[in-house]
Design a binder for this molecule. Structure first.
Ligand code: FDA
Length: 378
């Protein structure tokens, strides 16, 4: 073995695939029973509907290199993501756009009129000097829209009142003064035609790659554990960085989500893939309906059954899946300490969202792995 990759998410798979193509013998280990990390999906057994096991994943990028790279392993559908929001029993389009504004204020404002209205309402606070998230939000889009679409939604995500949250959680709240409600602005967007798992498995399908699942890097009963391999072989580690150092500089904080799955005996539950629930009286933040990600799978789409996930958000304990970095000032100090410790580890490269404590979209994880390969490992 010339390289050990810990973690088979998109970061680890990209490194492994590049190294294998360059003639290196690579072993990938993952503690889960499947490869692919959080992008993994599988067919719900009673309906055949593809379900994203760790939360909905939409691929989008404007990076030509990443787009060319991912197209070696999968074709993409022409799916374009759109999100709606049910506030006080009425459905509005997101991100906030001219359609949302006119529906909300029961008006027919032109772009210039809507701009002037929002600027006037936002004048209540100066967004730059805001001392908490509520002031920042109102300073960006005005009180009515902030209270309807952002305040309670964010409070549910963080289990904390918007007045108790730091202003830094939100830097911008984009408002579009057109009727365009495409969620992403990227050049390329789509979903893998044969599903995420087929794509991820193709990346690992190489004579130079061996994959060992249900194998934890810290489990000393398996031969490729940390103490046995560090210093013996180059390692790319994509698990949680604090765990690697046994929480020496403190545990970094994360938010996690709980997904409550239900199979319903109806053809169509909500008419779209993602519906936000921004009001305080709904305990969940969003409902995903997976068949809407693939309307081109005609037979599966037409059946009289559908699969939904209700999404709940909360702070993660050490036993939960870490999803979104909380990034408090203490966390930032911890990350710096771990970066220094990491620099002292012989031939261990820390990457990916857990290894660097950053939220990374899939295209960012792939782009960052390609850079690590080109600049440090090739
Ligand atoms: P990832 O977490 O995928 O992989 C790390 C792997 O390491 C895991 O498989 C884990 O089991 C393994 N591991 C950890 N510790 C280990 C140990 N001790 N031993 C062995 N293995 C270990 N992106 C996007 O572009 N569009 C989207 O819509 C979304 N949506 C989305 C929703 C949610 C809820 C989340 C949390 C994330 C997204 N993402 C996303 C981001 C996407 O999931 C992310 O870009 C990739 O997971 C990054 O890949 P990594 O390889 O860095 O981590």
């Amino acid at each position: 073995m010339d390289l050990l990759v810990v973690g088979s998410g998109l970061f680890g798979l990209t490194i492994a695939e590049r190294a294998a193509e360059a003639g290196r013998k690579v072993t990938i280990i993952d503690r889960r029973h499947h490869l692919g990390g959080n992008a993994y999906s599988e067919a719900e057994p009673t309906t055949g509907i593809e379900v994203h096991r760790y939360g909905a994943h939409l691929f989008h990028t404007s990076n030509e290199t990443v787009w060319e790279y991912v197209n070696r392993f999968t074709k993409f559908t022409n799916y374009q993501h759109r999100v709606y929001s049910t506030h006080k029993g009425i459905v509005y389009p997101l991100p906030i756009n001219l359609g949302t504004i006119n529906q909300f204020f029961d008006a027919a404002y032109t772009p210039a009129e809507a701009r002037a209205l929002i600027a006037e309402q936002a004048g209540e606070f100066d967004a730059h000097s805001a001392t908490n998230l509520e002031e920042r939000g109102i300073g960006l889009i005005g009180r009515p829209l902030f209270e309807a679409f952002i305040r309670d939604y964010t409070a549910k995500q963080w289990q904390t009142d918007a007045r108790e949250l730091p202003a830094s959680i939100i830097s911008r709240l984009p408002v579009r003064y057109t009727y365009d409600n495409r969620y992403f602005n990227d050049t390329y967007e789509g979903l893998p035609v044969d599903g995420y798992t087929a794509w991820l498995e193709r990346m690992a399908d190489h004579k130079n790659i061996e994959v060992k699942l249900s194998t934890d890097f810290f489990d000393e009963s398996q031969p490729l554990h940390k103490k046995a391999v560090v210093g013996q072989v180059p390692i790319v580690y994509t698990g949680p960085v604090d765990r690697y150092f046994d929480y020496e500089a403190g545990a970094l904080s994360w938010r996690t989500i709980d997904l409550e799955e239900e199979v319903l005996d109806i053809q169509d539950f909500q008419g779209t893939s993602v519906m936000n629930y921004p009001d305080a009286d709904a305990p969940y933040t969003r409902i995903h309906e997976f068949k809407h990600f693939h309307p081109e799978r005609k037979e599966i789409f037409a059946q009289e059954k559908t699969v939904i996930h209700r999404e709940f958000s909360r702070f993660a304990t050490r036993d939960d899946e870490p999803y979104y970095p909380v990034n408090t000032p203490t966390d930032r100090e911890g990350v710096l300490a771990y970066r220094e410790l990491g620099a002292g580890e012989k031939d261990v490269h820390f990457g990916g969202r857990l290894g660097t404590y950053q939220y990374l979209d899939m295209h960012m994880a792939i782009g960052s792995a390609l850079s690590m390969w080109n600049n440090q490992l090739a």
